[in-house]
Design a protein around this ligand. Structure first.
Ligand SMILES: [Zn+2]
Length: 553
């Protein structure tokens, strides 16, 4: 516990809320209550003993270190400095099944069942069902929830008969598995909608639809209202189960989160203006077959009031929803998290690593603003470039496990390309361009040799190696120097390669490319990595929110 907590940075988020209307203040209170409840479901999703452990800690205020670790990890399992996951209270160790599949389930066991029962694939691997053992007690429990909340049967036609017929495994919709909590959350969302209906009717409609979505386990209505709605007030909120990172068995189960956000109006308006150039960026990308890009992408800058469940931490941006059919039909909303992106404490840790790696006279090129713009255009970059193979297949289907890595690298490189174009068009100063370029380099330097299954780190190492090979980076007396003159051409040539691989959709070619560009040399990479590791003061972040417990104790 001490080793982890000594390497933990404490951040407190306390954005200015003085501009909120009385209705918005009331809505925030409702959303905070909804968030606390979704946080509780999230604990339960990840560990069967998380709720008893939380209750135990609530009765033992003297266990300060355990409480900090529990808050930071949202459960009784902590990530250690060796990147392992260990219990710090007397609970069962974590398993890949978490609490989303019956205890002891392995991929081998479930694969065998699905091979014998292919008709069960869709319901068992559904992104919003919990898998329970199909025994009499569990079936009774599920049916009794339907008795208490008959509206769930209306929203899931035929559910009772399906549950009765299921053998070996029950696929229990989230709305049924967490019924009492989700009805409470739906009530809070409806109340929040009432609070803002007058000043911000589009936001109110989204909240009402999302309340219904949570009970139907179908988010299309709320997502459509969220992505395409023009919210007139100051608030936004990400609500529901979206990301699958916590499902270590199949990567399909979504985990609950809620983020309450207050819009940064001046920065958001500046952003909308920059989006006027988005077609110019698309047209400048090094490939044929340009597409027409909408310039009304729903992107804005927010400050976080509070985060719950899967969203808690130091995420810099979200782009949602993930499902391809929803993204195609409605687009995706981009939420830039300003009070994380521009946080000076987080920046100082980044700056330390950067100074350790770079020659002295370039160490000051990095700025928080540079990171902000680079991240912003990374997210917008997901809207640009190749979105299907030449023969019309979806990229994730065609390129399999290399698809994510290439898509993220494309977004990084589109971001650096857009910086050059916005600079050419007079929207960015020389200093701003330089700091975005510096941030692009900070992004790709690694403290440890990446494992191939780490898509972000792997594509960053590819960029690092490409930039060295193409003269954008030079190794000088144990440090790195950026050649800003040769930087744009290095970005362009790599982006050309990535777009060509995506369009070809050949996983063998993609893998050969990854193998070729992921070398790690002791006399280069390891030297830089060690310098950066030695500069590290904090690895973890414990984030608290003024909205939850008032001004600092
Ligand atoms: Zn991305």
């Amino acid at each position: 516990m001490d080793a982890v907590l000594q390497r933990t940075q404490r951040l407190r988020l306390a954005p200015d809320l003085s501009m909120l209307t009385p209705g918005e203040h009331a809505a925030v209170r409702e959303l905070l209550a909804a968030g606390e409840r979704l946080n509780r479901i999230y604990m339960q999703q990840r560990h069967a003993q998380a709720i008893p452990a939380a209750d135990y800690l609530a009765h033992h205020p003297e266990l300060i270190k355990q409480r900090d670790l529990f808050w930071m990890n949202i459960g009784p399992i902590a990530t250690t400095l060796d990147n392992t996951r260990e219990p710090f209270l007397t609970v069962e160790p974590e398993t890949p099944a978490k609490n989303m599949y019956p205890p002891g389930t392995t991929q081998a066991i479930l694969d065998a069942f699905l091979a014998a029962h292919p008709e069960r694939r869709a319901d068992i691997l559904d992104d919003r069902t919990v898998v329970w053992a199909a025994n009499a007690a569990n079936l009774r429990r599920a049916l009794s929830v339907l008795d208490v909340h008959p509206v769930l049967e209306t929203l899931h036609p035929g559910l009772r008969a399906r549950l009765r017929a299921q053998q070996t495994y029950l696929s229990v919709p989230y709305s049924l598995a967490y019924a009492d909590d989700l009805f409470f959350v739906a009530d809070r969302l409806n109340a929040a909608a009432g609070d803002v209906a007058e000043g911000d009717p589009a936001f109110a409609r989204y909240l009402r639809l999302r309340a219904r979505d949570l009970l139907a386990d179908d988010y299309e209505g709320g997502d459509a209202a969220w992505v395409t709605g023009r919210f007139a007030g100051h608030l936004n909120a990400q609500i529901g189960a979206y990301e699958t990172y916590d499902d270590a068995l199949y990567g399909v189960k979504t985990f609950f989160s809620l983020s309450i956000l207050v819009r940064d109006r001046p920065r958001s308006q500046e952003l909308q203006a920059a989006l006027g150039d988005i077609q110019n960026v698309e047209n400048a990308l090094p490939y044929e077959h340009h597409r027409e890009v909408r310039s009304d992408i729903p992107v804005a800058v927010y400050n976080i009031i509070a985060d719950f469940g899967q969203a808690r931490g130091t995420n810099t941006a979200s782009i949602l929803p993930n499902e391809a059919y929803l993204a195609r039909q409605y687009g995706r909303t981009i939420l830039m998290r300003g009070n994380i992106l521009l946080n000076t404490d987080i920046f100082q840790e980044t700056q330390r690593a950067y100074s350790a790696a770079m020659i002295a006279d370039q160490a000051g090129d990095l700025t928080p603003e540079g990171g902000f713009y680079r991240t912003l255009w990374h997210e917008i970059g997901h809207y640009l470039g190749v979105d299907q193979t030449a023969d019309g297949r979806d990229l994730d289907v065609a390129l399999e496990d290399t698809a994510d890595l290439l898509e993220e690298m494309k977004a990084d490189l589109v971001s650096l390309t857009s910086a050059r174009i916005l600079h050419d068009r007079g929207r960015l100063t020389d200093a701003q361009l330089r700091s975005i370029y510096a941030s692009g380099i900070r992004r790709v330097l690694q403290k440890n040799r990446p494992r191939r299954e780490q898509p972000y780190q792997t594509m960053q190492l590819i960029q690092w190696n490409w930039f060295m090979e193409h003269g954008a980076l030079r190794f000088e007396n144990g440090r790195l120097r950026i050649d800003y003159r040769r930087y744009p051409a290095a970005v362009e040539s790599l982006l050309r390669e990535v777009l060509a691989i995506q369009r070809a959709g050949d996983p063998r070619r993609a893998n050969a490319f990854v193998d070729q560009w992921t070398t790690w040399r002791p006399e280069l990479h390891e030297v830089i990595a060690m310098r950066m590791r030695e500069s590290e003061r904090t690895r973890f972040a414990l984030v608290t929110y003024e909205a939850l417990d008032g001004p600092q104790r």
